[in-house]
Design a protein around this ligand. Sequence first.
Ligand SMILES: [Zn+2]
Ligand SMILES: [Zn+2]
Length: 428
Amino acid sequence: MKLIADLHVHSRFSRAVSRDMTLPNMHEWASYKGIGLVGTGDFTHPTWFSEMRERLRPTADGLLELKPSFRSKSAIANPLFIPTTELSCIYTEFEKTRRIHLVILAPDLSTVEKINKELDKDFNLKSDGRPILGISAHDLTEKLLKVDKSLIIIPAHVWTPWFSIFGSASGYDSAKECFRDLLDKIPAIETGLSSDPAMNWRLSQLDKFNIVSAGDSHSPRKLGREATVFELEKFGFKELTQALWFNPLANDKKSQNYILETLEFFPEEGKYHLDGHAKCQQRLTPAQTKKLGGVCPVCKKPITVGVLSRVEKLADRPEGYKNSARPAYRTLVPLEEAIGEALDVGPGSKSVQQIWTLLIKELQGEFNVLLETPIAEIKTLSQEIVAEAVSRVRSGKLIIEGGYDGIFGTVKIFNNKERKKLEQTSLF
Ligand SMILES: [Zn+2]
Ligand SMILES: [Zn+2]
């Protein structure tokens, strides 16, 4: 059975997260997106954890579901939950400050309780849904696995400059340096919005990991910006774990539980894809940064080195390298943005919302519309130009400008001339 999962999410108790990130809202919006399994996020936060205990109950196969009394009547499916959190390790090692985010998946609420009890001894878990812990990624991994060895630990958005294992400003050059003897306890890494699997395939040191994607969403609407699609015998923690541990590069025997594909944001849209300096409006390619000696041409301060440069630096394989045993991936634009582009209005406008609502309700969720539904059917339900927008997203024929130094990149589906022409043909 196919399961689309978004395993990295935040609750309203994390900094800069929408007040709307409640379990009922996450349930409702995951259903609209077509996500079958969503992380709770922030399970280390005491108030959030008590909400989790109040509102979720275990399923027969070992995941969680929202109790019926908390479900919105508008939800179009019943997505399941899994206890997850993100922990921020900030520490000094080998004379460098390291800031590394790890996503943790737990089998059930009683295990979460044990983890929280253990971490609460040394750290302040109340201050933020994503707490800062003064401990190394290695020592935290050791500590967590001592509590329960079935926990899944995944380095988050591994290329983000400031908060990740390979981050140019915060990380290491290899996963081995970071996790040392515990390297084999890590099944997967998360690409983050600014990188896609192909960029990660270029590092042979990453062959030992699966590559997963998740939305890292801070509001219900952004759920499933990225996601991982699993093939599972049934929807349980054990099966999910097996899939995360099954590495097709290391095993020639096929598993019943495995990763089918990942769904990606265009990496160029991520906030740290290219290099640059936001304050000085300098968007730079890796080659330009090299030429400038890493110094901003306007203010002479150091350039923020983005993901593309960093991958280029650590990669030991050429661009375009592919191993066919790796799961495939597809790159998407959120449906509201695609419709908005088609109609030449903002994604939040009323006309977009009308079409979006109709499509997701008729066609069982956004991922179905974006990935599976025949284009002709989308055309019948909406407009030719909307169907054309989805078709172009599928084929990747888009106009892309890379993000840099905290500024999101942009992806456009039509240029103005094309849109005019298509609008005219739509009239007939
Ligand atoms: Zn993070
Ligand atoms: Zn500058």
